[in-house]
Write a protein that binds this ligand. Structure first.
Ligand code: FAD
Length: 474
């Protein structure tokens, strides 16, 4: 195989590997460069999502949920479980197995689609050339008609809580604890902090989340955010808003955290482990030669237009390294769009309909505009909410916490947003996203026949509630 490609992708996270597969499916000669090494020092595909993000976190959420259920949720069903124990190293080994299986799956897909998988580092040079350095340090220059940059993101570090990968960890370290910490601190009550906090809380940790913002989940619909906070608090998560961490000190294997609370008073709290989860930043270190022609924006993201095209002709960028929500599926859709555009198609990504999920139990999920956004944009709307307490399936399953909220345009009835906290929220919101993609009205959803008894009936009832005629409204 010569070293001239139609497409070279740098980074094999969900944005990069999907772009590579789609490009190859379209008959383009494609290579994908990836520098991630697994615990054995071997190259692996899948990026953050597969190795230290979406997949391992969900594996641990699932294990901890099963433990919690076996421990607490079975009594009323007449099921006795005896003395339930958790073996953390076995749980972590299972999680590693899930990751290995999934990354092996990407390699198999690359092979099946004839994507050339290159392990090592890629650097964009001028004129769509890519310098490739393998794990042994051998360097070669590859050429391509198109280069797709998909180098992803890394956790934001804060000087007041430097990660030592022992007592103070980032989200990656929090997937590797060898035992359940008795007292766990989490800086940042965002999606990742809530998910990781939930994992260890269910296994027995006393979890305190310190969040600098005064609003909980400030970018989400606030009615649903408030309902979620109530549920999390009932579950034992101690969420402290308006708390700004000012220092940490590690002493005798534990960490003392100093923070200013919402009243402006200094507080101190000691933890056995501290997770720093204050967000992620785009990763471009070593990616671009000075004359590559690719610009970054003021926040360090690679600057792209709506079609993910950079300033340099034939160079594209997708996923967490460009603007927009840092979500795996957003990156994958951008990857597909770019591959299809390179092949001459006219694909677009609909950035208005990107679902967002917090995989706690119950899940919190949303798509489209929040009520706060509609107000700020001056868009007239009607709102309908429906609680799971009035849904037979939810009550039968003892999963009746939460509600569905639907927002529709006051004049056209077109659905503009849907926000859910409750059972299977991720799947329910996806059904609304599908309907929104087809320009649905709330009335359309209300007129659709939903199976009974299902959790999804809450979506239908919320849609009916938009126009004031939910049937089972308590
Ligand atoms: P990444 O997945 O970060 O992949 C980028 C890849 O590029 C990496 O493998 C990196 O090694 C490689 N790379 C970088 N530079 C170079 C170079 N110069 N040469 C070669 N290779 C290079 N999102 C969701 O949608 N759902 C979730 O449930 C979810 N859960 C998450 C849980 C956690 C704990 C974390 C941390 C994140 C989670 N995310 C989730 C976010 C998700 O992981 C990211 O949005 C997604 O991985 C971004 O994909 P990407 O392809 O843009 O970048």
């Amino acid at each position: 195989m010569s070293d001239k490609y139609d497409v070279i992708v740098i980074g094999s996270g969900p944005a990069g590997y999907v772009a590579a597969i789609r490009a190859a499916q379209l008959g383009l000669k494609t290579a994908c460069i990836e520098k991630w090494k697994n615990k054995d020092g071997k190259g692996v595909n899948g990026g953050t999502c597969l190795n230290v993000g979406c997949i391992p976190s969900k594996a641990l959420l699932d294990s901890s949920h099963k433990f919690h259920d076996a421990h607490k949720a079975f009594e009323g069903h007449g099921i006795s479980t005896g003395d339930v124990k958790i073996d953390v190293p076995t749980m972590i080994t299972r999680k590693d197995g899930v990751v290995k299986q999934m990354s092996g799956g990407i390699s198999a897909l690359f092979q099946a689609n004839k994507v050339k998988s290159l392990y090592g580092t890629g650097k964009l040079l001028a004129g769509k050339k890519v310098e490739y350095t393998d794990f042994d340090g051998n360097t070669s220059t590859l050429e391509a008609e198109n280069v797709i940059l998909a180098s992803g993101s890394i956790p934001v570090a804060i000087p007041v809580a430097p990660v030592d990968n022992d007592v103070i960890v980032d989200s990656t370290g929090a997937l590797e604890f060898s035992e359940v910490p008795k007292r766990l601190g989490v800086i940042g009550a965002g999606v990742i902090g809530l998910e990781l906090g939930s994992v260890w809380s269910r296994l027995g940790s006393d979890v305190v989340l310190l969040e600098a913002m005064t609003d909980f989940l400030s970018t989400m619909d606030q009615e649903i955010a408030k309902e979620s906070k109530k549920i999390y608090t009932k579950q034992g998560l101690d969420i402290r808003l308006g708390c700004r961490v000012t220092g940490t000190e590690i002493k005798n294997g534990e960490v003392e955290v100093t923070y200013t609370d919402a009243k402006g008073e200094e507080q101190k709290q000691t933890f056995d482990k501290l997770i720093v989860c204050v967000g992620r930043r785009p990763f471009t270190e070593g990616l671009l030669a000075p004359d590559s022609g690719v610009n970054l924006d003021e926040r360090g993201f690679i600057y792209v237009n709506d079609l993910c095209s950079t300033n340099a002709p034939g160079v594209w960028a997708v996923g967490d390294v460009v603007r927009g929500p840092m979500l795996a599926h957003k990156g994958s859709e951008e990857g597909v769009m770019v591959a299809e555009r390179i092949a001459g198609e006219k694909t677009l990504v609909n950035y208005d309909i990107i679902p967002n999920v917090i995989y706690t139990h119950p899940e919190v999920a949303s798509v489209g505009k929040t009520e706060e956004q509609l107000k700020a944009d001056g868009i007239p709307y009607n709102s309908g909410t429906f609680p799971f307490t009035a849904i037979g399936r939810a009550v039968a399953a003892s999963e009746a916490e939460g509600k569905v909220k639907m927002l529709a345009h006051a004049e056209t009835d077109r659905v503009l947003g849907c926000h859910i906290v409750g059972p299977s929220a991720s799947d329910l919101v996806q059904s609304v996203a599908l309907a929104m993609e087809f320009g649905t009205s709330a009335e359309d959803i209300g007129m659709t026949v939903f199976g009974h008894p299902t959790f999804s009936e809450a979506v239908k009832e919320a849609a009916l509630a938009v126009n004031g005629h939910a049937i089972h409204m308590p």
